[in-house]
Design a protein around this ligand. Structure first.
Ligand SMILES: *Cc1c(COP(=O)(O)O)cnc(C)c1O
Length: 388
């Protein structure tokens, strides 16, 4: 089966009695069993890691349907679902970074992860290093006690594309696991687990849910990383709402069509921006000549709607004014919904391991499903307005 067919069918139960198309929305705390023995047997199987309906906090059949569908999308062995993307990243860190361990985090990581590492993990005896987004950068910080390397591709804000194959090989040689935040490509355009990574994380809040109204995170693993993650999840009682999982399953069915349109529109807007004298640089991995383009071309099968650009030096101080002047681009955190967004970003001060060579302020755009002509006209009008 090809991917579009898989996305339509994944997680849907085989049933020969009349049934609805979508897996049922099952909400539960208590699960009832016919006998005490049946309940005990189910619980034992659940403790051994089996995906089985035993108690609400362990997920219902709706949660499990989403787990299965994301496992298919990411080409992994098992998936666990969390109440947000940040929780998903946190569980991976809390599972594999124990006191006296070292973790290596890519310098272009989603900024709230730094907060977790610097303020929470560091005060509990975990040593944290950040590395420049390249194999050489990672090599410089690896230690014998490095348990986990966390990368993100492309990098949040600046869209550098690390060589995940090289990072995975180096991590394994060092006896470390490699986890990759795969949110930008949504599992559709990049499969970290097929490139050697052990763990792929997504903020399903973004493209999988896709409608700016649901928070969810996913962690998909291949191999032995599953049981430790499963045990942390169980110990902490982490669970996502089945209603949100039901919404995510609906989002997943249209992921491919939405992403293809985000891709096409974002590339058109990016190319238009690249042709303007008022624009200095465009940071979009799928754009020829852009940072990270060659690795993107080797490893990815498409690009999404999120990228950035910078204004020409004489206009750069007006980047915030530009964002305020736009009418079709909303101002707000997150992205991955059907609507366009714009935000000024200062990449420099966030980084600690590698200098940012670009301008002080860049403008991050999420290109939504509006008519591209409207978006380009809006950008054109706003750039003219701030130029006078
Ligand atoms: C948004 C985001 C997250 C966090 O997801 P939430 O669901 O908002 O907690 C993690 N990683 C990346 C790359 C993101 O863009």
């Amino acid at each position: 089966m090809r991917e579009k067919t898989l996305l339509v069918q994944a997680g849907r139960p085989d049933q020969d009695t009349p049934h609805q198309v979508n897996p049922a929305l099952v909400r539960a705390s208590t699960v009832l069993f016919p006998t005490v023995e049946a309940m005990q047997e189910t619980r034992q199987r659940r403790e051994a890691g089996e995906q089985i309906f035993s108690y609400g906090v362990r997920g219902t059949p709706t949660t499990h349907a989403l787990e299965d569908a994301v496992t298919v999308l990411e080409q992994g062995d098992r998936t666990l679902i969390y109440p947000s993307g940040l929780t998903a990243v946190a569980v991976v860190l809390l599972t594999f970074a124990r006191p006296c361990d070292h973790v290596a985090i890519i310098d272009t990581v989603y900024p709230p992860v730094r907060h977790l590492c610097n303020d929470y993990l560091a005060s509990r005896g975990v040593e944290v290093s950040y590395f420049a987004p390249s194999p050489e950068g990672m090599k410089a910080v690896l230690q014998p006690k490095t348990r986990l390397v966390l990368a993100e591709t492309p990098g949040s804000g600046t869209f550098e594309v690390p060589d995940i194959r090289a990072l995975a090989a180096m991590a394994h040689e060092n006896g470390s696991l490699l986890a990759v935040d795969n949110t930008w490509a949504s599992g559709l355009f990049f499969k970290p687990l097929t490139q050697g990574a052990d763990i792929s994380i997504q903020a399903a809040t973004k493209y999988i849910c896709g409608h700016s109204d649901t928070m969810l995170g996913t962690v998909t693993v291949s191999g032995a990383a599953f049981m430790p993650l499963f045990e942390t999840t169980t110990a902490m009682g982490l669970c996502a709402s089945p209603t949100d999982c039901y919404d995510a399953l609906k989002g997943l069915r249209t992921l491919e069509v939405r992403l293809r349109r985000h891709e096409e529109s974002a590339l058109r807007v990016a190319r238009w921006l690249a042709g303007q004298d008022t624009v200095a640089d465009v940071y979009h991995p799928a754009l020829e000549g852009s940072v990270g383009h060659s690795i993107w071309k080797r490893d990815f099968t498409g690009s999404s709607g999120l990228f950035a650009f910078s204004l020409a030096p004489e206009l750069a101080a007006r980047s915030t004014a530009l964002v305020n002047t736009l009418s079709h681009f909303g101002i707000g955190a997150s992205w991955g919904g059907f609507e366009s967004l714009a935000l000024p970003v200062k990449p420099g001060p966030i980084r600690t391991a590698s200098a940012w060579a670009g301008p002080e302020t860049i403008i991050r755009l999420h290109v939504g499903l509006e008519d591209t002509d409207d978006l380009i006209e809006d950008l054109d009008r706003a750039i003219r307005r701030i130029s006078t």
